[in-house]
Write a protein that binds this ligand. Sequence first.
Ligand code: TLP
Length: 353
Amino acid sequence: MRIIDLRSDTVTKPTPAMREAMFKAEVGDDVYGDDPTVNKLEELAAKMLGKEAALFVCSGTMGNLLALLTHCTARGDEAIVGSESHIVIHEQGGAAALAGVALRMVKTQHDGTMLLEDIEESINPDDIHFTRSKLLCLENTWHGVPLSLEYMKDACALGRKHGLLLHLDGARIFNAATALGVTAKEVAAPFDTVQFCFSKGLSAPMGSALCGSRQFIERARRLRKMVGGGMRQVGIVAAAAIVGLEQMVERLAEDHANAKILCDELCKIDGLKVNKEGVRTNMVFFKISQQISQEEFLNRLQDNGLLACDEGRGGIRFVTHYGIDADDVREAAKRVALTVKQITEGTLAATAR
Ligand code: TLP
């Protein structure tokens, strides 16, 4: 049985074009600025995001950490973040532990936004009793949901009005742009800095770009070295990221279409609560109503050759990506239906005993 892996778009393997580009990549010591492939990638990333400069970093987590470190220059400076954002939930408290940045959490709404009034309320006056509010961070897409251009513009205008710097965790910015029918540059426009990942829907093996002004990126480059992210002949992997930007952006629409098919098929299965409205890009979330824990359900799915991600109270997550086609998602839905049937029949048998 072929395993269908829908845990994340991070499971994607490099395309044949990427492997070819990696094989042929010209390299140098990037800490000295000598790697021509990295330099090319950084220029391309900055251009596509409409920023002056970019920095190739190991991961999205490192990109966000460097944004916090570079923007929040004084110990204890505060960054305003969504309560359900990746920075809060999935980065192991790096903001506090490594960057000395205080996080002010504002409730994340079901569509990934924070209410403007909540943001405004969380901004501290310049008063000795409070932390210094320095940075506002948004995330787009959030759990696969794109934030609208209008919302980002309004939230950023509010931040600016109060003198905040603005960062976007745009790990999947190209999915957001595809869903909104705009360019990544337009999504990035209201922000001072953006981090986005090559290692997700763009299918490169690793890395992210942190984009911003030339001056900001110079400072971030020094700090990247401090956190141990200075890499050497890393053009080997930057070559794959270039292919990601040049060849893999347009196909993201396929992943979004496959997520819709998957959602429709899951909706036909009794006993599942599918978040239909939330399916806007490449993610599908659902909850189970069986008398079985989510963890146990995921184990049963795995026995049936299907891998999914446990999102705790958020339910179960499927992510579509390169290497998964429409037939695969139909097959995935069949395996979910089979799992539900096996559980229901098992429960009925137990009751009859
Ligand atoms: N997200 C991963 C897991 O960490 C949950 C995934 O499978 O979705 N920002 C956002 C919005 C992300 O979703 C992720 C990765 C990151 C940052 C961090 O990127 P990496 O994994 O490269 O450190």
